[in-house]
Every structure is written in structure tokens, then in C-alpha cells.
Write a protein that binds this ligand. Structure first.
Ligand code: PAF
Length: 284
């Protein structure tokens, strides 16, 4: 019998939290479900670091644009719970939209323009405001000691680290390395939109980034030249990127010359029906 506790209301979450023995560390793994090995890596890391692990599964309407895939986003709570079973004991928090936004869309929305209006934020206006707002809500509802996020979503991770510092949430933010298919393709719930041929094509996103990384390791420090080489490889494989960016690891400010602080070389590209993102970190 499964020992996964599934809570669906804020009231149940509060009662659950109140009965936890004092001194137990609580880790939160926020997800939108449709779990894959990347999410399971987050849960495994959470279990290494805390006695109590809570996986939230909530497809947050606030972070989808009007023409995005909110309605079609894959949802299958039963199958998600089955995937988590080998990692039990665990607690799942899977609220309905009416539980998270009982009076309709949130009138309070967190904005952090310098970090949200760059990279993915340019093509997805309002997306990161929605992410930041729901993450704050989850922190207040679940009151975790730590929260784990995938490094694949580098912009999301930087934004969450920043809001945690700015708003003094007593939560440690842990970034977990990207889990990849053998081809190098970063795991993503949206990979299920890809045909086998598109999956092969999508593997060149990472290969292009790795070429940038190799150039950097060979001494290239000009952002423009690194990005041009990444673009050339994508073009060779008929991929038209939405953006290729080199930005500061913490602030996401564009970088022209790589000097001392770590930077993120990131890209987004549409492949078939999916919009995919990936990145590598370059540390001078
Ligand atoms: O990365 C995600 O799955 C979502 O953006 C998150 C952090 C769960 C917020 O809805």
C-alpha cells in the first residue's frame, strides 16, 4: 500500500504541518506534475537533505500566456503519484485552482522587471511574474526549510533565489543539475510533444551550448563570438532560436566580456510543437 500522503487543501496542509515533530527539516519540490526523471532527481536530493519531503503538483494558470498550452498541459495525478511511489514516504500537495486562487486570478503579482523581462521573459510576458507569485504562495502555505529547483530553468532559479533574498523568506534554495537523455536533450515535460525525429534535432540544442563551452574553455572571452558559434550550429541543424543569451549568473544582466563571475549561456528554441530551453554555466 502506498504511504504517499496526498493533500488537496490549504487547511489539510496546515494541519499536516502542525503535527510534524519539531526539528524535522521540511523540503519542498515545486512541480507542475507530468513528472519525469528530472523531477525525481529533485525529490531524491530533497530526501538526502530533509526528513520531510513535500512535492507540490499544481499547473499554475498565472504563469501561462493567453496563447500558451495551459489547457493542454499534460495532467495525470494518478500516474505522477505512481512515479513517486519508489521514493516514499513522501507528501504530495495537489490543490485545485480554486483552492490556490479562490477569488479568481491573484490581484497581487510579484514583478521583478530587470530579471523577468529578459531571455524567456521577452517571449513570454508575465510568465515569471506568475512563477514568482505562485512560489511565494507555496512558501507561505508549506513553510519549507528548503526548496529545490532544476538548473535547466536557470532564469527561474535566479529569480527565485533573488525573491527569497529580497523578501527574507527563511528558505534555502537548492539548484539541482539538469537530467539529460542519453542524446544530451534536457528532460522536460514538453519533450512528450516531440516526434522521434524532432527529439534527434532537439539534441543539438545542448550540443550547440557545449560547443560554446568548449570555445570558452579554450580561452574565448567575447560573448558575441561565443553566441555566434552557438547560432551557427543551430542553423546547421535547421533550428531557429528564439534567443541565445549570455548573462550574469545572479542578476541575469547581459555580459559582453566574460571576466570573473560565472555566466549562463542559455537559449530557447521551438522544435515542432514544443518550446525548449537549455543552458550551460561558464565559470571564468
Ligand atoms: O518549474 C516549474 O515546474 C514551475 O514553474 C514551478 C516552479 C512549479 C512554479 O509553478
Amino acid at each position: 500500500m502506498s504511504s504517499i500522503v496526498c493533500l488537496e487543501t490549504l487547511k489539510a496542509m496546515k494541519a499536516y504541518h502542525n503535527q510534524l515533530p519539531t526539528g524535522q527539516k521540511v523540503a519542498l519540490v515545486p512541480t507542475m506534475g507530468s513528472l519525469h526523471d528530472g523531477h525525481l532527481a529533485l525529490v531524491k536530493e530533497a530526501k538526502r537533505r530533509a526528513q520531510v519531503v513535500i512535492v507540490s503538483i499544481f499547473v499554475n494558470p498565472l504563469q501561462f500566456g493567453p496563447h500558451e498550452d495551459y489547457e493542454k498541459y499534460p495532467r495525470d495525478l494518478k500516474s505522477d503519484i505512481q512515479k513517486l511511489e519508489p521514493l516514499e514516504p513522501l507528501t504530495v500537495f495537489a490543490p485545485l485552482v480554486t483552492e490556490m486562487y479562490p477569488r479568481g486570478p491573484s490581484r497581487t503579482v510579484l514583478t521583478m522587471p530587470s530579471m523577468t523581462n529578459v531571455m524567456c521573459g521577452l517571449g513570454r510576458p508575465g510568465h515569471f511574474d506568475g512563477v514568482a507569485t505562485v512560489v511565494c504562495k507555496l512558501f507561505n502555505i508549506i513553510r519549507p526549510d528548503l526548496a529545490l529547483f532544476g538548473k535547466k530553468d536557470a532564469q527561474q532559479l535566479a529569480i527565485i533565489r533573488q525573491l527569497t533574498r529580497d523578501l527574507n523568506f527563511p528558505v534555502e534554495i537548492v539548484g539541482v543539475p539538469t537530467v539529460r537523455e542519453p542524446s544530451g536533450l534536457a528532460m522536460s515535460s514538453r519533450n512528450q510533444y516531440l516526434t522521434p525525429n524532432q527529439k534527434e534535432q532537439a539534441a543539438f540544442l545542448y550540443r550547440a551550448l557545449l560547443t560554446g563551452k568548449t570555445l570558452f574553455e579554450g580561452g574565448e572571452r567575447h560573448a558575441e563570438k561565443l553566441m555566434r558559434e552557438v547560432a551557427r550550429i543551430l542553423q546547421e541543424h535547421h533550428i531557429e532560436p528564439e534567443y541565445i543569451s549570455l548573462v550574469d549568473y545572479d542578476t541575469l544582466a547581459p555580459v559582453n566580456t566574460l571576466v570573473a563571475s560565472p555566466v549562463i549561456l542559455a537559449l530557447a528554441a521551438p522544435i515542432g510543437r514544443a518550446r525548449l530551453i537549455d543552458n550551460v554555466v561558464l565559470e571564468p
